[in-house]
Design a protein around this ligand. Sequence first.
Ligand SMILES: Nc1ncnc2c1ncn2[C@@H]1O[C@H](COP(=O)(O)OP(=O)(O)OP(=O)(O)O)[C@@H](O)[C@H]1O
Ligand SMILES: [Mg+2]
Length: 247
Amino acid sequence: MVTLALYNLKGGVGKTAATINLAYLAAKEGYKTLVWDMDPQGSSSFYLGAESSVKNESKKLLNSEIGLLEAVQSTTYENLDIIPADLSARQADVLLSEMKQSKRKISTLLGSLKKDYDLVILDCPPGISILHDAIFFGADWIVMPNIPTTLSIRSFETVLNYFKENDLDASKLKCFFSMVDHRKNLHHEVMSTFYKDKYFFKSYIPYLSDVEKMGINEAPLETFAHSSYAAQCYRDLWKEISKTCIQ
Ligand SMILES: Nc1ncnc2c1ncn2[C@@H]1O[C@H](COP(=O)(O)OP(=O)(O)OP(=O)(O)O)[C@@H](O)[C@H]1O
Ligand SMILES: [Mg+2]
């Protein structure tokens, strides 16, 4: 089983859109795939038509009152399951701060899924906190969408330094450019500078309105816009990610 955490310190960069489209493509290829929605906003849960069946489910998961497998819901897509989020996920940091070995908590919980899944994708809330420390420790790969702007790149550098300063394995960090706007020179300049960096995948996701339409369709791109350029870009990204992180 491989765990990818779709993460960025910064919000609104395309983490959830990537989670849903990559998870769908993995499941379509036959990987038993689980999306764990860790964000109290519950956007992944919304896109996959899931609802939290137990009140305070996220809190109960972290407290080990219920097991991860008990919280799993199937989706309408073959091979694709989800652990939905609810508002109690906002208490994750407080709960973890009261636990011994909090850094190992996500890793331990993920251990219980090994026999059931080939791939787990964590849709992370933005930020950098005790929960994120546990995610950084527990996930095999931290995949960061980055908009090629000065502030977004600055947040990537902050995360990279955080890994180095906190003895975290920086070789787990992988990035791709997200919401790329070809009309903007700045985007081209930032991309050509950072492509020299070993952390960045070559595939990127442009700014395209078809991605926004996932909200109207409440579904992965592939299911309603298979022939679109946006769907092709996610297929290319999935190919590169699966080659590097899974095979
Ligand atoms: N490539 C894209 N082109 C156009 N719109 C996009 C693209 N990627 C994401 N969006 C839109 O931008 C918004 C934010 O995207 P998304 O929810 O995937 O980001 P996020 O990083 O998960 O945000 P948050 O930090 O709030 O969880 C959404 O409305 C989404 O539809
Ligand atoms: Mg999100």
